[in-house]
Design a protein around this ligand. Structure first.
Ligand code: FDA
Length: 309
């Protein structure tokens, strides 16, 4: 119930304005977002790479409303990719892109605009010696995102996909994408989805995650296990072993600020661990999705807002 309320509020422009202008928000946000500027992101990425971790940077922004905003998002990616390359952080650092940030939702030819813009980012990533992963958003965008992925891969075969185990369709999508060279990040899913398309029960989402992971681990692609769930991490290790996958044949992924000790432990064991690191001023929707995942965080958030008023 609380999760649904928070996810609904993540779309509230009114609350967004209120939270974003509160100076205190920075202390709450800082746990999940290392900074707003390109330099903040590059410096935080450098710290993680020094610790033996890999990184995927996400320039925050979604639900882009016009072409200018989409172009600005592309420019931000081009800038950060050049900065990562200059700092010697590629290929350890890659980028994650939300297609809604680069025009997918624009009326008329949103798909084409998003494809053209994603192509520009993929080219900038290739020039910088790294790759792009396309984040997955709510279920109304899944077909379009997979279509765009299919159009990008002939030219940029390393472009990563994201699939969400809460969607009932995902086991089939895993089968379609488990081919040689295909990078697939599997996560549980972070949006408010109806029962017609998504499992509602946490346990069912976990069971689906295991079924999907089995398909990816048995397949020929490169699975990216995006979860902080200790049980799923243990199952991933077992499935990798059963399928003869060594440390470099799959990777773990976690969000910046969540279970950092576990991130380090897995990396120290020789695994590739990629930290998803969002940065930028548009942190509101991302923060609300993280709060929705953990009721304890909501109490912390409300307390810090009230204490600084
Ligand atoms: P679960 O939510 O069950 O959490 C397991 C444990 O992790 C918790 O008990 C707690 O210890 C810790 N934890 C989890 N969330 C926390 C939080 N917010 N604060 C503190 N502790 C927390 N989703 C999506 O829809 N599209 C996408 O493209 C992506 N991309 C993505 C990339 C990466 C690298 C990750 C790790 C995740 C995503 N996600 C995503 C988000 C994902 O769908 C999911 O919402 C979160 O990862 C939480 O799910 P867990 O698998 O961690 O399990």
């Amino acid at each position: 119930m609380l999760r649904r309320t928070l996810l609904a509020l993540s779309r509230s422009e009114q609350l967004k304005r209120a939270v974003a202008t509160l100076p205190v928000s920075s202390s709450v946000v800082a746990r999940y977002v290392p900074g707003e500027a390109t330099e903040d992101a590059v410096s935080a990425a450098a710290d993680l790479v020094k610790q033996g971790l890999a990184v995927s940077l996400d320039h925050l922004g979604e639900d882009t409303l016009d072409r200018a905003q989409a172009d600005a998002a592309v420019a931000a990616y081009v800038e950060v990719l050049a900065a990562l390359s200059d700092a010697g952080l590629t290929p350890n650092a890659e980028v994650s892109v939300k297609l809604s940030a680069v025009g997918q939702a624009l009326p008329g030819d949103g798909d084409r605009i998003a494809l053209d813009n994603a192509r520009r980012i993929c080219q900038a990533a290739a020039n910088a010696g790294t790759v792009v992963t396309l984040d997955m958003e709510d279920h109304t965008t899944t077909d379009s995102t997979l279509r765009i992925l299919g159009r990008l891969r002939p030219d940029f075969p390393d472009t990563g996909a994201v699939l969400q185990s809460y969607l009932k369709r995902t086991e089939g999508d895993c089968r379609d994408l488990a081919y040689a060279g295909s990078r697939v990040r599997l996560c549980k899913g972070a949006y408010n989805e109806p029962a017609s398309v998504a499992f509602q029960d946490k346990h069912e989402v976990d069971l689906s995650y295991v079924r999907c992971l089995k398909v990816l681990m048995q397949g020929k692609g490169y699975p990216m296990v995006a979860s902080h769930d200790p049980r799923l991490i243990a199952i991933a290790a077992r499935l990798a072993e059963e399928n003869g996958r060594a440390a470099g044949d799959f990777e773990y992924q976690m969000l910046f600020g969540i279970r950092p000790n576990e991130q380090q432990r897995l990396a120290d064991d020789g695994h590739t661990v990629r930290v998803y690191m969002p940065y930028g001023v548009e942190w509101y929707g991302y923060l609300m999705r993280r709060l929705a995942e953990r009721p304890a965080n909501v109490a912390f958030f409300v307390r810090s807002l009230l204490s600084k008023r």
